[in-house]
Design a protein. Sequence first.
Length: 173
Amino acid sequence: MSTVIAIKDKNKVWMGCDSFATTDNGERRPIGNEKVFRNAKYLIGFIGSVRSGQLLDPHYFKPPVNVLDFTTKVIVLFKTFGALVTTDTQVLQQESNMVIATKGGNLWEILTDFQLNPIPEYTSIGSGSLFAFGSLYTSQGTGMSPADRIMKALEAAAYFDVSTGPPFKVHSI
């Protein structure tokens, strides 16, 4: 896994990520695509299946105008390209979590069951997310910039989580 962090600050969203990819047995693997990237009006961050992240690239995915339609379009995309698992009880599950943001400070997360959650202040997804949340909580009100808060949270996640590691990258929209 890995760690993606997002912070709302005024009318902007800042999103950062690590650069590790790991296999199910813990091996680190290089990946060519970014974990946080732009597609149309969205800034998208993902953790989990690298293939799912690749499918969110503009080459494969044309995101909807309305964020409420985002999950429906992702379900169709993932079904079409085999990145979606259906369990014995016919529950749709993906192997990734996502954070999406738009200009104006709008932020949501999409978890493995495709729930779309609006995020009021900040979030973190991935194997290092609990450590990142702790760092984000303690850096509130300190005057640190959103980018610095994200970098500190990624450093904390990498210190405690073997699946999170540098280089760290921060983007904004």
